[in-house]
Ligand binder design. Structure first.
Ligand code: SAM
Length: 254
């Protein structure tokens, strides 16, 4: 058994190492990523998702239908890049996509996707915890006020040959509420950090995606989802995984 675990761990390291190497861009794209990493570190300092009051934790877990919202962790910035690349959001072919992180925590993935992916025209996050949603909005507002959101998005558009003027204040949104009640009718890509969902919530999420996601091109979930057509798997680095290892994301199309 120990050797099975070891080989799996080794395989995971190899998979992540080879995919990350392929994903490293050069020139303007790399310098944009360095600046996005910097703003994610700067504007979210003191606005992390881990600490919410014990009272809110109890209220969230009591009210949730089969998820445990008090549990927190994040997809790393490198993980966001691997997934975006797999979905083709790093190029501008076709109509611009709308990305949604359902259970977005403090919203770093939403903002990163918007600032780095020329194939995304709008990005939104839905979050049950009022505290986390407020922190997401505060960090984003600060980034807007500093003009860094505009400058970074403008650089992205320019480097991908798009002549449009960036309009970040209209194109990123954080909604406080239950992901099962979110409007996903025009969303093209969904990320579900579903590790803490029970079977009933996984089923309800998949059913919602199938029935309401009319424009969907891609769904990624950290637990397998029923009903949808699985098209692949992708090992992603997470805040809770040791360096070089990750958690499997299951990829679907409707
Ligand atoms: C593990 S964190 C992931 C944060 C972020 N998506 C990321 O991957 O970096 C999961 C988040 O989902 C939220 N959540 C759990 N159940 C939810 C629900 N039914 N509706 C909205 N948010 C939910 C939790 O409060 C938590 O902030």
């Amino acid at each position: 058994m120990a050797s099975v675990v070891c080989s799996f761990a080794l395989l995971s390291v190899l998979t992540l190492a080879s995919t990350s190497a392929a994903a490293i861009p050069e020139g303007p794209a790399e310098s944009l990523r360095v600046d996005v990493d910097r703003v994610l570190a700067t504007y979210w300092r003191g606005r992390e998702g881990y600490s919410i009051s014990a009272k809110e934790q109890r209220r969230l877990d009591r009210g949730a239908r089969g998820s445990k919202p008090s549990t927190y962790g994040e997809l790393t910035a490198e993980g966001v890049r691997l997934l975006a690349e797999r979905w083709g959001l790093d190029d501008t072919e076709g109509a611009p996509g709308i990305f949604a992180d359902l259970g977005c925590g403090v919203g770093k993935m939403v903002v990163q996707v918007y600032l780095e992916c020329p194939g995304v025209g709008r990005a939104l996050g839905v979050e049950l915890s009022a505290t986390r949603c407020r922190r997401a909005r505060e960090a984003w507002e600060a980034l807007l006020l500093s003009d860094e959101a505009f400058e970074l998005r403008q650089r992205l558009l320019k480097s991908s040959g798009c002549e449009e003027e960036a309009s970040p204040q209209d194109e990123v949104e954080f909604i406080q509420g239950d992901l099962l009640e979110a409007d996903i009718s025009d969303v093209t890509h969904i990320y579900l950090s579903s590790l803490c969902f029970d079977e009933a919530t996984l089923f309800a999420s998949a059913q919602k995606v199938q029935q309401e996601g009319r424009q969907l091109r891609g769904v990624a979930s950290l637990q397998p989802l029923p009903l949808l057509r699985k098209v692949g798997e992708l090992l992603l680095p997470m805040s809770w995984a040791s360096r070089g290892l990750g958690t499997m994301a299951y990829l679907y199309e409707t």
